[in-house]
Design a protein around this ligand. Sequence first.
Ligand SMILES: [Zn+2]
Length: 212
Amino acid sequence: MSWAQRAARNILPLSREKSHLAAALKEWRYEGGFHDLEAPEADCELCDHPDIRYQFEIRNLLTDARLQIGSECINRFGISATGDDGEDLDAAGTRKRVGRDRRTLVEEARKKRVITALVALSQADPEFRILAFIDYLQDRGAFTPKQLALLLWRFEKLRVPFNVRDFKLTIRRDREKVQLLDMADWQIERLLPAMSPSQREFLAAARSLASQ
Ligand SMILES: [Zn+2]
């Protein structure tokens, strides 16, 4: 059975249009409802594709039926998203909205993993002042070079599981750039997985200047 046949089988019984997939799909909208299952464990309720982690809800405007589907299916089946003022978006607008919502989900999941690691660290190390770090994360979404170096050291020392890629570095302020450049090479190496491409470029340029 093709993906279009599976979609027709799933969506026609819930739509007013009972025979033509393309016509039935026009009754559905993506209105911005989404959630994170935290593991890829659901099937897309439109095309049956397995291993969906981020579910996007589509709703039939005529029957009020709802399906939880993968974000790619909204674009693939040409389902319209609703804009901020409730208007129907065209294909490009829909793609943009779905992409934005998906990035929001991924970013929220990342922050949640960071907070989970910080909480585990505070349980393993009573001297760790978790609230200051969580406040910083909420404000800036990232840590300074000094903070991140300290965190990585404590995670390893106390054997708290973490993924350095979940952490982001900020060097927007001059004193944060100085912090980074003042670190030993081995320390900087450990921060690299948390750095963005432009931060790595900054670092490479500063290092090649320093070696001249
Ligand atoms: Zn699907």
